[in-house]
Design a protein around this ligand. Structure first.
Ligand SMILES: *[C@@H]1O[C@H](CO)[C@@H](O)[C@H](O)[C@H]1NC(C)=O
Ligand SMILES: *[C@@H]1O[C@H](CO)[C@@H](O)[C@H](O)[C@H]1NC(C)=O
Length: 138
């Protein structure tokens, strides 16, 4: 009986297991050529977080990588919009969610929730080429 209760509790604990905690670590080398383009402007941070997951038609939930291999894409919510372009003509955006989020964290570590322009290292052509990205107010 005790064993049964124990395994039931284990089962329930696994069933309600929370998703992985968000990765908050910042790698400054994930990006290059970052410019804060409007330091006087502060965007809504929740909107930025939603816009991050809006690129490539949406990368929320179980989707772990940009779908459709576009050459440009954007993600927007409220006042925040991300625009992405391949740096090298002829390549496509195949960035993983982990790499993309890492690039945005690194840029926000520099510019906060203000608009910026930056280069995400990798994310195109089997990560041999880079993806340009801008956070703009819309
Ligand atoms: C850095 O970014 C600026 C503005 O986006 C661009 O004009 C310039 O070519 C970039 N420089 C390098 C080395 O990528
Ligand atoms: C967390 O982010 C850092 C910096 O972008 C990255 O190097 C690391 O691999 C990430 N960890 C996980 C578990 O995704």
């Amino acid at each position: 009986m005790l064993l049964h209760i124990f395994s039931s509790v284990l089962f329930i604990a696994q069933a309600i297991a929370l998703p992985q905690p968000a990765n908050t670590s910042v790698n400054p080398n994930a990006i290059t050529n970052t410019t804060c383009t409007a330091p006087g402007v502060t965007l809504n941070s929740h909107n930025i977080n939603v816009a991050i997951l809006g690129i490539c038609g949406g990368i929320a939930g179980k989707i772990e990588q940009c779908q459709g291999a576009p050459t440009t894409t954007s993600g927007a919510s409220g006042d925040a919009r991300f625009n992405l372009q391949v740096e090298t003509p002829g390549t496509t955006i195949i960035v993983t969610k982990g790499r993309w989020e890492g690039c945005v964290r690194a840029a926000r570590a520099v510019c906060g929730d203000s608009p910026f322009s930056s280069t995400c290292i990798g994310g195109a052509n089997d990560n041999k080429d880079n993806v340009l990205f801008q956070l703009v107010k819309q």
